[in-house]
Design a protein around this ligand. Sequence first.
Ligand SMILES: Cc1cc2nc3c(=O)[nH]c(=O)nc-3n(C[C@H](O)[C@H](O)[C@H](O)COP(=O)(O)OP(=O)(O)OC[C@H]3O[C@@H](n4cnc5c(N)ncnc54)[C@H](O)[C@@H]3O)c2cc1C
Length: 401
Amino acid sequence: MSESRQIEVLQDKCVGCKLCVKACPFGAISMCERKAVIDYDKCTLCGSCVPVCKSEAVRQSAATAATKRQATGEVWVFCEIDPEAGRLAGVSVELLGLAQELAAALNVKVGALLAGCDLAGYGREAGAQGADRVYLIEHPDLEHYDDERYGTVISRLVTERKPEILLGGASAVGRALLPRIAIKVHTGLTADCTELDIDPTTGLLRQTRPAFGGNILATITCENHRPQMATVRPGVLRRKPADPARTGEIIACPPRAEELRSSLEWLDFRPRGKGDVDLREAEIIVAVGYGAGSPDGVRLVAELAQALGGALGASRSVVDAGWIEYPHQVGQTGTTVQPKLYVACGISGAIQHIVGMQNSETIVAINRDPDAPIFQYADYALVGDIADIVPELLRQIEGKS
Ligand SMILES: Cc1cc2nc3c(=O)[nH]c(=O)nc-3n(C[C@H](O)[C@H](O)[C@H](O)COP(=O)(O)OP(=O)(O)OC[C@H]3O[C@@H](n4cnc5c(N)ncnc54)[C@H](O)[C@@H]3O)c2cc1C
């Protein structure tokens, strides 16, 4: 019996209808003496065969699902590289930290997937950040991210090695790559999760994300298909410190020639300009809300951001009003941030804004309404008018310098 066996055909119930053979996207089921037989080397555990069986001969019982969890095991993170910084992308580091917790709950290992070329240094970093195994998919043709090549080779690895969970960042790359893999391996994907944990009773990955415009949080599980896949936006999870003494087992996974075919053509790489907003990396953010009242009010708050040496954030209302550009927007449909200091000026504290900044270390809120919801999340509440408080703060900061 294959170690990954979890879907089985009860031979006495099988009527030989071949519905499961047709349903299997991987050609893993064939007929032998009018009974369905599973080829476990081809089976990806996707579960497509289970619901189509009318005689309930193909099943995935709780007991075998538990066996599967141990056998197929790993919690994988697709790790992105930040080529400008020469290190793993922040979101990948954040995910490796979370993967350690999930893997501990399942008693399995953490696997980091890295694709590109000259990956040794990144592999070491992944080990130091929590990966027990580092799968290096190295080839010169993978130097630049390519949906098709990355999608094909990673899908094959998933099929071969059957991780229990595959996570990635809800970044530009992750948003393109993970759905592609999910389709190829025939499983589900929960995008933009804000929380992931393991259900202690079922061992399933609980994937929580905002729904209905952020007004409710939905928790989703994927019972019958593997791997369980989710993306998390950068900045949502807290980074765990690296342990330089920690090393991961490096496993070379060279791509096959046919997996390097692509219809995409690499044109150019343009690094971010110096003046561009990068809220994710900012240690201090001063954010402006609709309470600023006008573009002049935004300029006043921008002065405070500058005086504190921080970046200027904004609520969506300010962006929608055309007072500031979208890259400044913090929140569910903007950037998720976790600076050391977040100063919210004239922001009401709608949940869609809160989900983007609630992990900030210290939150200061300025609002003239003492009942503004933002104060529930603030460490320091300054009740009053921006037009009075911000100039006073500027005076005090300038007095100090
Ligand atoms: C699907 C969806 C996604 C969304 N995504 C985002 C998102 O990513 N980010 C985001 O921010 N929002 C988002 N929103 C919008 C969100 O629901 C709120 O409408 C928005 O955050 C409100 O912005 P605000 O707090 O600046 O404005 P308001 O709600 O108008 O609040 C202004 C605040 O300023 C205070 N105020 C007024 N004048 C002054 C003054 N002179 N001095 C001091 N305080 C003053 C008021 O008391 C009030 O609390 C989203 C909404 C939806 C439906």
